[in-house]
Ligand binder design. Structure first.
Ligand SMILES: [Cu+2]
Length: 383
């Protein structure tokens, strides 16, 4: 039976504007760094899994697994009371203690896990993460069985990415760090995160050594025509209208439930998906814009804000050529971050304040979809 160990710890997050923010998160080991979000949990439909939570914080901590039937010591998880007051929605670990949660996922899909103890404070502090449940017949080596929801469900994919939304109100984090009271009604986020990072850090690779507490990047990379599975999770306390440029997404599942009734396909295409608090969305993004195929490499339109760059000319991703995989001259004075003639499309929150870092654009809940002329097979694998 798979067993996962998570340690609840504290640490400091980095933001691109140079801020350092105290947070709580889950770590993979007692000595390892607390992470935002917590380590990805990969489970399998029908396979029992145990998650051991070791609490290294100074107050009770728990993990709720929405959508799962969880037991602790053989009994269903229960709300916990102390002195007749609700302390936790599920069984918790005392400081220095451990609690073991066991469940058998009945449905494949994308799920959130988060603290069930003082969640108004512990979740924004960072005690959340994502879980992917593979279908029972999942086999990444056989295309027919490399799917999100099982063979025959039209949810096959070539690459997949998890994007977990969150917000940070530095006043809350500072109050918790200093043991001061904090009024939840005064919650005002200043940072908006994808996988715990604010843009432009979202576009850095996974596990860069200068972001030890934020190991997961949010850069979406693929080839023309590939099916790119985007798994959105709303982990914060605000809703976020997310949309990628370049192509609509096809929403195939919501909250870990396939949009299909018998043989009737209920999936739908969307420009923007409003990721609600606690929701998950599974979508297929497929860029075949402007009739592009490897055999018909017609140029895209000349660079513009939609498909090649963002912000002013100093922040361009343009290659200098409209052809995929080709680099050309760029205007004098323009800095290009384009490496190999790839195409870039923004993916961001349509709530414009959310694409800033404390009011400064660009930043926040923004990343890029990059369509490359070639790409290693180990890119876009959730581990
Ligand atoms: Cu946009």
């Amino acid at each position: 039976m798979p067993e996962i160990n998570l340690w609840a710890k504290d640490g400091y997050l980095s933001t691109p504007d140079g801020n350092s923010i105290y947070f709580w998160g889950f770590a993979k080991s007692a000595a390892g760094p607390a992470q935002l979000p917590g380590p990805n949990i990969i489970a399998r439909q029908g396979e029992t899994i145990t998650v051991n939570l070791h609490n290294m914080l100074a107050e009770p901590v728990s993990i709720a697994f929405p959508g799962q039937q969880v037991t602790v010591e053989g009994q269903p998880v229960q709300p916990q009371y102390k002195n007749n007051r609700l302390l936790s929605f599920v069984n918790y670990a005392e400081p220095g203690g451990t609690v073991a949660y066991t469940f058998t996922p009945s449905h494949p899909g994308t799920y959130l896990y988060e603290s069930g103890t003082n969640p108004y404070q512990q979740v924004p502090m960072g005690l959340y993460g994502g879980m992917v449940v593979r279908p029972a017949d999942y086999n990444p080596d056989v295309p027919e069985y490399k799917t999100a929801y099982g063979a025959g469900t039209d949810t096959g994919f070539d690459r997949e990415y998890l994007l977990i939304t969150g917000e940070i109100d530095p006043d809350l984090h500072q109050a918790v760090e200093n043991g001061k009271p904090y009024r939840v009604s005064k919650y005002v986020p200043r940072y908006w995160t994808l996988n715990g990072r604010c843009a432009p850090d979202t576009m850095l690779m996974d596990h860069v050594d200068y972001l030890p507490h934020q190991p997961y990047g949010a850069m979406i990379m693929g080839l023309p025509g590939e099916k790119i599975l985007l798994r959105y999770i709303g982990a914060g306390i605000d809703n976020h209208p997310l949309h990628p440029h370049g192509a609509h997404t096809r929403v195939v599942a919501v909250d870990g439930r396939l949009l299909r009734n018998g043989n009737a396909d209920l999936s739908y295409k969307r420009f923007t998906v409003l990721v609600g608090v606690g929701q998950t969305y599974d979508q297929i993004y497929q860029w075949d814009g402007l009739g592009y195929t490897p055999g018909n490499p017609i140029p895209t339109v000349l660079p513009n804000l939609r498909n090649m760059g963002v912000g002013d000319a100093g922040w361009t991703m343009w290659s200098g050529s409209p052809y995929l995989g080709v680099k050309g001259d760029i205007p004098v004075g323009v800095v290009s971050y384009n490496e190999m003639g790839e195409y870039y499309f923004m993916l961001h929150s349509h709530e414009e304040l959310q694409i800033t870092n404390w009011g400064e654009f660009p930043g926040g809940m923004m990343t890029m979809v990059a369509i490359y002329p070639s790409l290693a097979p180990d890119i876009g694998v959730i581990g």
